[in-house]
Design a protein around this ligand. Sequence first.
Ligand code: GTQ
Length: 356
Amino acid sequence: MTDAPPIPGSNEAEAMLRGLYAEMAPQHLFPLWEVLHALVTPTPSSTVRPHLWHYDAARAHLLRAGDLITAEKAERRVLILENPGLPGSSSVTTSLYAGLQLILPGEVAPCHRHTQCALRFVMEGDGAFTALDGEKAVMRPFDLVLTPNWQWHDHGNASAAPMIWLDGLDIPTVRHFAASFAERLPDGAMAHPETAPAGDTALRYGRNLRPFRGSGADRRPAALPLFHYPYAEWRESLAALARQGNPDPHLGHALEFVNPADGGSVMPTIAAHVRLLPAGFATRPRRATDAAVLVVVEGRGTARVDGQAFDLAHRDLLVVPSWAALTIAAESDLVLFGYSDAAAQRRLGLFREALG
Ligand code: GTQ
């Protein structure tokens, strides 16, 4: 005769459950009911923390690295902005990476390509270049330059001053999917052969025109032709927007960078925007599921992230976690650049925001 099972919830049943777990674990079997509430949370939950990097402090360390390792040796001489809540991950949020890259005068960062998408946002310096599939984008302060998935890119600095930019990549997303591929140009070649003069893509694809599809002049990938969004252009548009009408109560005057081929975000995984908060303006609280990296392009102000205050000064970098309540108050006209994984989240049906 077998014993009757114990009454569920009784001490005896609980003890037998522990015994069951102990026997299952070596077979890699675990009870969902012990972890369900941590897995399927009612609202977003991550260990990502808000954090501010002062540009001048980061810059000083980066320049010291510049004395000690060449861009060629490093392949990319970059200081990673690692989220304090994600130690050892090289991630700034659960899905995104951020780093500050230095190219000294005369240096070249060798040509490679990878399945990770990257954006560059120029922090300092004038006249270095990123070459994409052999076409140079000459980079000026606060320009946005893209290197989409699997396009060849090398960086070089023929100017007389150091060049520093912010690298924003989807490294953690690609790692999540275990879909990373990368390669260097064959035979140790450093730079891709020139395929077009600088600015060629902007003229062919950036004016609501494109070469007749399929014609010999149609060079760039149809899905993502543009890769250079100059500061001079986005700043002029932002200024015009700010002269007209009131700022959005949650965002200020805000413009998104778009891919003209489909009207969507600049890359499949990364969305980017700029905004201007007029002096004295303060946003109302906003939460969104896309953790974001913000860069102060101009002005001063204060950001509050779930009540924690961060002073914002020129070129400082702030990471805002998913679903944190964010308000920003502008002391002087405050111009911000930001990027996030909103592009991927919208595609996956995950993006949400809550406006207070
Ligand atoms: O410039 O291609 O910060 O491949 C990290 C990985 C920059 C780059 C980074 C990269 C790059």
